[in-house]
Design a protein around this ligand. Structure first.
Ligand code: FAD
Ligand code: NAD
Length: 405
């Protein structure tokens, strides 16, 4: 008898949680499991700000998918997903077509540019290993070029970071540590370097605890980072950005590096697939299925769920993606067993910890405020926990963060 085929798209937090739970709970004869991912490695998206700044080597941020999947139960296909044909129950990939009975879409997110002119052409985005490597290399190149050019262009050493949400702030924290190292390495006077964060909202980390926000801003400013608050970035050019300073007034800031970190939207494959979506994210049912598609689950940043207490979407986080992966696997197993009563998913938000560099952070964990080394310790615990949930103790020993103080 033909076995049902479960196809999981994306080996990020959501996809790998689903696959590792399925492989544990299903025997060989119960289903075929296929995992499709662009690369043969998984990267910790939550550590990409470190690889981008150059404070952590990109190889530390990734691990082989074969380290965490059981190859006798899971067929791994390295390919780029190009389209999903929901009616025909097949996925179109760069390596050919793959049919499915059950599909899990866990393709993550891409940077949101809101149609702002010049961003795609002139700004870097903290998106994956390739872009992180390029940001790190580009910043180093600017330092090296500055030292080697006769007519010095100081603006070469200006780094603009667009967006002071969690990604922007975590990246600034790393830059605050990395830039002094670069100045030493390239014999550059630290006074020549400018790091400017441009934020549209009236505060950094909008909506987060004001006391923690104040602490973060003061610590980053102490590292020499400048904030331009309430000044949306309007345009990026080859060597500058234009920011709005009121109804009429604009300012141009010359810069050698522009990094855009101002939010995300879902994966473009979703828009192409014709599945109902909002900014490429699928507003899923409580059991994580796409509306009108009984055999398609959508999890992680590709999905959208409303927090009914505040009537706003839950922020796309790894924390939620991993929890969804567990429930998604459970629900697929229920369907395989002929049980139509599926579990409903409710995020269990344990807290948020935002790194401010290797040894500093802020956090709100189980309602308790944390700052400094305690918060930084907690951040590493959270990072190691994600490794443990997917790859167990051996993965923690291989890739974990142990420099706690
Ligand atoms: P991802 O983990 O991004 O995985 C998507 C996978 O799909 C990737 O392997 C990718 O290669 C693959 N893929 C994409 N497109 C295709 C395609 N077309 N074909 C084949 N494969 C494809 N959240 C937290 O909870 N805590 C944090 O501390 C935190 N820190 C963050 C720091 C940074 C710098 C960033 C950028 C985000 C952070 N987040 C954090 C958010 C978190 O990383 C995301 O919410 C999480 O990665 C979403 O998981 P996912 O499984 O949906 O997608
Ligand atoms: P975000 O939406 O959280 O923040 C984006 C920021 O960019 C906002 O402050 C917004 O006001 C600003 N912005 C938007 N348009 C702008 C413009 N034109 N000019 C200047 N600023 C502009 O997005 P993010 O920081 O990219 O994070 C994406 C997701 O990942 C979020 O859900 C976040 O919670 C999550 N994340 C979590 C952590 C953590 O828990 N430590 C770290 C990084 C990211």
């Amino acid at each position: 008898m033909r076995k049902p085929k479960i196809v999981v798209l994306g080996a990020g937090y959501g996809g790998l949680m689903t696959v590792t739970r399925l492989q544990k709970q299903l025997s060989h004869d119960e289903a075929d499991i296929v995992l499709i991912n662009k690369n043969d490695y998984h990267y910790e998206t939550t550590w990409l700000h470190e690889a981008s700044a150059g404070t952590l080597h990109h190889d530390k941020v990734r691990y082989d998918i074969s380290d965490v999947i059981n190859r006798s139960k899971v067929d791994f296909v390295q390919a780029t997903v190009e389209d999903i044909k929901t009616e025909e129950k097949k996925v179109i990939t760069s390596a050919g077509e793959v049919e499915f009975d059950y599909l899990v879409i866990a393709l993550g997110a891409v940077s949101e540019t809101f149609g702002i002119q010049g961003l795609h052409e002139h700004a870097f985005m903290i998106a994956n290993i390739n872009s992180a490597r390029q940001i790190r290399e580009h910043i180093e190149y600017q330092f090296a070029t500055y030292k080697n050019e006769e007519e010095k262009k100081d603006e070469r050493l200006t780094i603009i970071v667009g967006g002071a949400g969690f990604t922007g702030i975590e990246f600034l924290g790393e830059l605050g540590n990395r830039v002094p190292e670069l100045c030493k390495e390239y014999d550059v006077d630290p006074k020549k370097v400018r790091i400017v964060c441009v934020e549209a909202a009236p505060m950094i980390l909008p909506g987060f605890d004001p006391e923690l926000v104040k602490y973060a801003r003061a610590k980053l400013e102490k590292k020499g980072i400048e904030f331009s608050i309430g000044t949306p970035l309007k345009e990026a050019k080859a060597d500058s950005v234009i920011i709005s300073k009121g109804e009429e007034e604009v300012e141009e800031i010359k810069a050698g590096t522009i990094v855009w970190a101002a939010g995300v939207r879902g994966n473009p494959v979703i828009e192409k697939s014709g599945i109902e979506n909002m900014r490429a994210r699928v507003k899923v049912e409580k059991d994580l299925r796409a509306p009108g598609h009984d055999n398609i689950f959508v999890i992680g940043d590709s999905s959208l769920m409303i927090n009914e207490e505040i009537n706003r979407p839950y922020p796309p986080t790894a924390q939620i993606a991993m929890q969804q992966g567990e429930v998604c696997a459970k629900n697929i197993i229920s369907l395989l067993k002929g049980n139509e009563e599926l579990a409903t998913f409710t995020p269990d938000i344990k807290g948020t910890v935002c790194s401010l560099g290797e040894d500093d952070a802020i956090g709100l964990v189980y309602g308790k405020k944390l700052m400094g080394s305690k918060a930084s310790f907690m951040k590493k615990v959270v990072d190691n926990r994600a490794l443990h949930m997917i790859g167990g103790t051996s993965l923690v020993f291989k890739k974990g963060k142990f420099k706690f103080f």
